[in-house]
Design a protein around this ligand. Structure first.
Ligand code: ZN
Length: 277
């Protein structure tokens, strides 16, 4: 007799950006149908929709809203642009609350031609400015360090150590760190910093995908788990040893996969999750 393997998908979450060709209603329906338990919602997925109603639609489908993506981008050459970024982040905190997402992911930002040190100070100032609003709304903020290849224009926070340092400067249970294997896998201090992150209560989220060999596009060529060189099981082990028991969030930006039939891609995600996470 054929036995169907029991796949535990209760910790599997997918980012709407992963299946970008689908609108959020289609994504919700298809994720739920294959047993995915959580969804992280990107801001563009809510365009033209009532945020609160969309959150209820997701919960009605049986999905847990895991996070809202992505705030941050604090640094700017002009003060008025930094103030605009702070306003935008406060708005995103309100949207996260309406949506029912407990966490807002922060991609901290960087400005080409501006020193990383200055960008880091502006990031710290930006976080200081929005943190009281987040605390009041009971929304957690997660600093996501990005791979150093993004230090030009996306983030001046590039290692888990930096993110830990920054989170620990603010003594707030509403500020922590988002741990993404794509950005962090290469770091010789990863195990120790993961442990530190957990010990300080700052390990808020865990993102997975793979690093393809070769990577053909810096932004839009992420791999499916098992397709590249990241030992996801090992890193997941470190994250869980550090006390994390939240979702494994699949976040794949890929022109190649976006061109595919998304239901086929979704089946591949579930299969890869079962085998390589
Ligand atoms: Zn991520």
């Amino acid at each position: 007799m054929m036995t169907v393997p029991i796949i535990d998908l209760s910790k599997l979450c997918i980012h709407t950006a992963t299946t970008k060709p689908w609108n959020i209603e289609a994504a919700a329906q298809y994720y739920a149908r294959v047993g995915v338990a959580g969804m992280s919602v990107w801001q563009d997925a809510l365009e033209g929709r009532n945020t609160g109603k969309t959150g209820r639609m997701l919960r009605d489908c049986g999905l847990q809203v895991v996070s809202y993506v992505r705030g941050g981008f604090f640094p700017a050459a002009e003060a008025r642009d930094r103030l605009t970024a702070i306003d935008d982040n406060r708005k995103m905190i309100d949207e996260a609350a309406e949506l029912g997402a407990p966490l807002l992911v922060l991609v901290c930002g960087a400005v080409p031609g501006q020193t990383l040190e200055l960008s880091r100070r502006q990031i710290e100032d930006g976080i200081a400015a929005i943190l009281p609003h987040a605390e009041k709304a009971d929304i957690r903020l997660g600093i996501e360090p990005l791979h150093p290849m993004y230090a030009d224009s996306r983030s001046a926070v590039n290692t888990l150590r930096q993110a830990n340092d920054l989170a620990e400067k603010f003594d707030s249970r509403h500020l922590g760190v988002v741990h993404d294997v794509y950005h962090l896998w290469w770091d010789p201090d990863l195990r120790a910093e993961t442990e530190r992150c957990g010990q300080s209560g700052n390990l808020f989220a865990f993102h997975i995908c793979d690093w393809k060999i070769p990577t053909e596009d810096f932004l839009l060529d992420r791999g499916l788990m098992g397709e590249g060189c990241i030992d996801i099981k090992q890193i997941r082990g470190w994250v869980e040893s550090a006390g994390f028991n939240g979702f494994n969030e699949v976040e794949i930006f890929s022109k190649k996969y976006w061109e595919m039939d998304q239901n086929t891609f979704l089946d591949m995600i579930v299969e890869a999750y079962r085998n390589h996470v």
